[in-house]
Design a protein around this ligand. Structure first.
Ligand code: N0T
Length: 521
């Protein structure tokens, strides 16, 4: 009886984050959960009928998680009168298709703007004041420098989380919540409304100064430099402590956005404490604050957001520019777990998914506008997700350890080495084999995969477009291939297909998963 009770209680715990070695994992129903996700186009979830033909597509691509917006204007059409029919419909349909949901709170800010604020907010410029540009022009952006804006969002988000607890507190269909969407100030680095300028002339808040002082040794270098370049003062106005610059404007703005978001998040978590995170639009190179959506949860502001939003669990990048490794490296500093809530849905995602999960221990991966394909069964992403689905128990068991790693290869980065279990694995792009059919092509698809150690001399290689050779860590002893089997995990059980030898292993020289194949060996 005790055992049964313990299991029942365990199954009823709300999803939460848990450290495993150097990784952070999402625990759902007591077990780690790898999100094979996709984000819906912004307006799709506003109609359950529109969603109907989408669900089978998501299933065909082997998703287990859908990122779907909840729209403030639609759930609170009149102040204080809530309509959760869309949310309830989404919960019901997600359950029917065996999908988990990550809900995106399109509240005060959506890609900088306040387009999802209800009409009763939009219309009342007096009660709900807007941010202003440096030229004093009002923007369709609710200013974070007014408690009435914040409190309106707080009340709505609170109701949403209370409703989720009531409707989903047992089922746990919703596993995480994103608070707001791509917060960022435009077209100036900071808000210039009167309240903002007043706040700007105040001393830097003690909470931020305390955080910076206490974490002085492990601050991200960009912030450290910005602070130290001006003498590293521990009190004074924003200009006294950080100097007068666009970067200081941005830092100031980030702090105030963060405080607003913290109030919203904390109020929501007090109702129903699901893991909550923020996402950011990544700036293009060479842009100054104000020219890109500024002051959002960007890597150079990581510590400011950490200090300002203790209730937020992690910060996440949205990928619409090509520097995948660069931004992931920046986002995984000082223990920030990686989750990719958005990435342009395009060729190459199928390789990046393996890399994110294997190399960065990502919580999940989620291309944007996931329903936009007409051929879901042929999508390469779906083939990766199928492999990740089969391997999830093994991957999740190894995340955070040195028995799992990932690779990402293209024409500019043809090979990568991984040291694991006393061996060096050299992983090359399949097209580096001159006889590979695509080797002569101008464009090479991305190749990617992961390696996982299952025993002293046993490894799993999974992915697409890879050729792997083996060497000892030291010396020049001969390291050979004992045996290679391809196969599948069916209901968690390894089911071998061919034994790969002869030409398939280049007479024992390498392991290969050709471009176009998605395999487990
Ligand atoms: C994303 C999506 C959606 C180098 C864009 C990306 C989504 C939002 N914003 O379709 O609107 O809701 O989070 C902004 C990145 C701009 C492209 C930069 C090109």
């Amino acid at each position: 009886i005790f055992l049964v009770t313990a299991i029942t209680l365990r199954a009823q715990t709300i999803p939460y984050l848990q450290r495993q070695g150097t990784a952070t994992q999402l625990i759902v129903e007591g077990k780690p959960f790898l999100m094979r996700g996709g984000e819906l186009g912004n307006s799709s979830a506003s109609s359950l009928a529109y969603m109907e033909p989408i669900w089978p597509k998501l299933e065909a691509m082997h998703l287990n998680t859908v990122l779907a917006p909840v729209y403030w204007d639609l759930i609170e059409p009149e102040e204080g009168k809530f309509d959760f029919s869309l949310v309830d419909g989404l919960l019901k349909d997600a359950r029917a298709h065996d999908m988990k949901l990550v809900l995106l709170w399109f509240g005060t800010w959506k890609n900088s703007m306040s387009c999802y604020a209800p009409l009763w907010v939009k219309r009342d410029l007096k009660r709900f004041p807007r941010a202003k540009s440096a030229e004093g022009v009002s923007q369709e952006i609710l200013t974070p420098f007014d408690d009435r804006n914040r409190d309106a969002d707080v009340r709505a988000f609170q109701q949403l989380m209370r409703h989720l607890k009531e409707q989903d507190g047992q089922d746990h269909t919703v596993v995480m919540v994103q608070v707001e969407n791509e917060i960022g100030m435009l077209p100036s680095a900071r808000d210039h409304c009167a309240a903002a300028t007043k706040a700007y002339r105040q001393p830097v808040p003690a909470e931020l100064m305390r955080y910076l002082t206490q974490h002085k040794k492990e601050l991200i270098p960009e912030l450290q430099q910005h602070w130290q370049a001006n003498g590293g003062k521990t009190s004074g106005t924003w200009e006294e402590v950080f100097g007068k610059s666009l970067a200081t404007d941005e830092l100031f703005m980030a702090w105030h956005y963060a405080r607003y978001v913290e109030a919203v998040t904390a109020a929501g978590k007090a109702e129903y404490p699901l893991p909550m995170y923020l996402n950011a639009a990544l700036p293009r190179e060479g842009k100054q604050p104000g020219e890109y959506p500024s002051a959002g949860p960007l890597p150079h502001l990581l510590d400011v957001w950490r200090a300002g939003t203790p209730s937020i669990d992690f910060l996440s990048p949205d990928f619409y520019n090509p520097r995948f490794q660069y931004w992931n490296d920046l986002y995984t500093r000082s223990g920030n777990p990686l989750f990719i809530p958005e990435i342009r849905f395009e060729t190459g995602d199928e390789a990046k998914a393996f890399y994110a999960v294997g190399h960065y221990d990502a919580l999940g991966f989620s291309p944007f506008s996931i329903e936009s394909t007409d051929h879901p069964a042929e999508e390469p992403l779906g083939k990766s997700y199928d492999v990740l689905d089969q391997l999830a128990p093994q991957i999740l068991a190894k995340q955070g350890s040195d028995q799992l790693d990932g690779v990402l290869l293209d024409k500019d980065a043809l090979e990568q080495q991984i040291t694991m279990g006393g061996y060096v694995f050299t992983v090359k792009h399949d097209f580096t084999l001159g006889w590979s059919p695509g080797a002569q092509e101008e464009q090479w698809p991305l190749a990617g995969g992961l390696i996982l150690q299952t025993g002293p001399d046993d490894f799993i290689v999974a992915g697409t477009g890879l050729v792997v050779t083996f060497a000892p860590v030291k010396g020049n002893d001969l390291i050979g291939i004992g045996r290679i089997d391809e196969g599948e995990y069916i209901d968690g059980k390894w089911t071998p297909g061919r034994n790969l030898n002869g030409d398939q292993s280049h007479q024992g020289r390498h392991l290969r998963i050709p471009v176009g194949d998605f395999g487990i060996q």
